[in-house]
Write a protein of this length. Structure first.
Length: 263
């Protein structure tokens, strides 16, 4: 995989990529977020809301929630209070929310946007922050090579990886009060995956993926060649495939003495 992957803004401009595919795994994510949200957090800002399913679930549980996203396509799918804006520049006064939630967003941001987004989240949260990200994700597992321009990118626009220790000190002035993990996933053996991709030319596929450089979608997968068939055969029979529980949820509480005042 290249040392860095490009920020894929094109991915968010497609309405079909904004939470249209709802699975049992997504439902468990939603339930976990609701469980981790403290009852006293009455006014919440959600950063990167997509189609708004998580926002709607929190609102239905009695919270007042403002949705934000950089994608007009995403915001058009949500009928509640919403603001079109970038996570790196949130147009709200300091400390005006009891809690800020940011679920499955940070992994999409390049280094500069990530740093700005974290400062904005800490600035706006009066008491709590809830963040979820993929846990220890191997981006090679969902790597695509564009058939048109040769650009490497990931199916879902992920370009950052986070380990459990990475999030412990992510927000200065906040302490971790709870950490949780999602379902266990079994991944492709990494050596066989390299052979499958680089020699067998068999990359990940999703019909909603889009190249960040040229805007092309990946070609539909045809019949597997002998190399890919051999890798798949071996991969399904070896016991030492990588396992991880993902996503990772971290609930923070503000502890510093410079807590922003309430409005």
């Amino acid at each position: 995989m290249p040392r860095t992957l490009p920020y894929n803004r094109r991915h968010y401009e497609e309405a079909r990529n904004c939470g249209a595919c709802w699975t049992s795994k997504e439902q468990r994510r939603l339930e976990t977020v609701c469980t981790l949200t403290p009852g006293e957090a009455k006014v919440i800002l959600d950063v990167g809301s997509g189609g708004g399913k998580f926002v709607t679930a929190l609102r239905d549980r009695g919270h007042y929630v403002v949705a934000t996203d950089c994608s007009a396509a995403a915001m058009s799918l949500y009928g509640g209070e919403r603001v079109l804006c970038d996570a790196a520049a949130l147009p709200f006064p300091d400390g005006c929310f009891d809690m800020v939630t940011c679920t499955e967003v940070l992994e999409h941001l390049d280094d500069e946007r990530l740093a700005h987004a974290l400062r904005e989240i800490a600035r706006l949260a009066r008491s709590y922050v809830l963040i979820s990200v993929p846990n220890d994700e191997d981006l090679n597992q969902c790597l695509v090579k564009c058939h048109s321009c040769g650009q490497y990118y990931t199916l879902y626009g992920h370009i950052q990886t986070f380990q459990p220790g990475t999030l412990d000190n992510l927000l200065p002035g906040f302490d971790v009060v709870r950490k949780d993990f999602g379902d266990e996933e079994i991944e492709y053996n990494r050596l066989l995956l390299w052979v499958r991709q680089r020699i067998g030319a068999r990359w990940a596929y999703w019909d909603c993926a889009i190249c960040p450089a040229c805007g092309e979608q990946p070609r539909r997968l045809g019949r597997r060649g002998i190399v890919a068939l051999g890798c798949d055969f071996l991969n399904n029979r070896i016991p030492w495939r990588p396992r991880r529980r993902t996503p990772m949820y971290v609930l923070y509480r503000r502890t510093d003495s410079t807590q922003p005042p309430a409005d």
